[in-house]
Ligand binder design. Structure first.
Ligand code: FE
Ligand code: FE
Ligand code: ZN
Length: 306
């Protein structure tokens, strides 16, 4: 049987913490998940409830969720590339150190991080700032791993090429604590051909090493290759397409790597009302390896109040 490690982004609430995240993942029939330890767009973080965390671990055990496959995503406002304001730069470094502590307390080993945007400082200076920051953040030889995410190239984003990621990894002293998170939408938008994934992996292997892939974000894209946009689309409804995404998900070389969906929520009537997670249905489609042309209708029917 195919071993498939698949899940999605889930929430981590103040009251339920990790326990709520596990319950949500199970409701999607997932066997892993990813979460922010608070709001993705800010750095306000509450204390971690150890009782809830232990209950979460128990629930994971009962349902064969390996905590080593569970991922934290650092808030996307943390920008290690920008040192224009030293206070902000130091805040970002300190925040990330706290985030690593939170991960450790939760028992989670991988944190996905957007490398940063150089905001006009230039690529070289930006990469340098990231390296300097990571050398502080990863001062200890041991501890949770940071997975640098491949970025779409929106604005002045860094980490849009394997070469840039290699520069960061090579510059970081304790780079045994660095891995990479491939994001299929971002790779496509950055200009990589994700429809020939074996070739892409070969290229990655030559530059960074395939054993450094710690996580894969599975998203379709709303935009064509090299658009530098970063707008995720539901599985099978974008420019990458279902078959190409299935090829990536079931690639033999990536069996042990957790796959995480970050596809958009669906509104019931196409308007600006409340939206609902597509993950239960996308995961089902992925497990069946068969495209469901009624995906959106099925999601809407499921969440529609009787
Ligand atoms: Fe991300
Ligand atoms: Fe992503
Ligand atoms: Zn994205």
């Amino acid at each position: 049987m195919d071993k498939l490690i698949i899940g999605s982004h889930v929430s981590f609430t103040k009251n339920e913490g990790l326990l709520g995240s596990v319950k949500e993942a199970l409701s999607y029939d997932a066997n892993t998940f990813m979460f922010y330890t608070g709001a993705p767009q800010n750095t306000v973080r509450g204390p971690i409830d150890n009782i809830k965390t232990n209950q979460a671990k128990e629930l994971m055990k009962q349902n064969n969720i390996d905590i080593n496959n569970v991922i934290i995503h650092a808030p996307y406002i943390v920008n290690l590339a920008n040192d224009k304001d030293p206070d902000k730069y130091n805040f970002a470094i300190n925040f990330l150190m706290q985030e690593l502590k939170r991960a450790k307390q939760l028992g989670i080993n991988k944190i996905v991080l957007h490398p940063g945007s150089h905001v006009g400082l230039g690529e070289e200076k930006g990469l340098n700032n990231i390296v300097n920051a990571l050398n502080i953040v990863l001062e200890d030889k041991e501890g949770p791993i940071i997975c640098l995410e491949t970025m779409a190239g929106k604005g002045t984003e860094l980490g849009t090429s394997f070469e840039q990621l290699k520069t960061i990894i090579d510059g970081t002293k304790n780079n045994q604590r660095l891995m990479v998170c491939l994001d299929t939408c971002h790779l496509n938008d950055a200009g990589y051909d994700v429809t020939d994934f074996d070739k892409l992996l070969e290229q990655f292997d030559q530059i960074i090493g395939i054993n450094k892939i710690g996580c894969i974000h599975i998203n379709d894209s709303k935009n064509p290759k090299a658009a530098h946009k970063d707008r995720h689309e539901n599985i099978g409804l974008g420019t990458i397409g279902f078959d190409n995404l299935i090829n990536i998900i079931y690639n033999n070389k990536l069996k042990e790597v957790p796959k995480i969906l970050e596809t958009p929520y669906i509104s019931l009537n196409g308007g600006k009302d409340r939206t609902y997670p597509p993950y239960k249905f996308e995961i089902k489609m992925i497990k069946n390896k068969k495209y469901n042309p009624n995906l959106l209708d099925n999601i809407r029917a499921y969440y529609k109040k009787p």
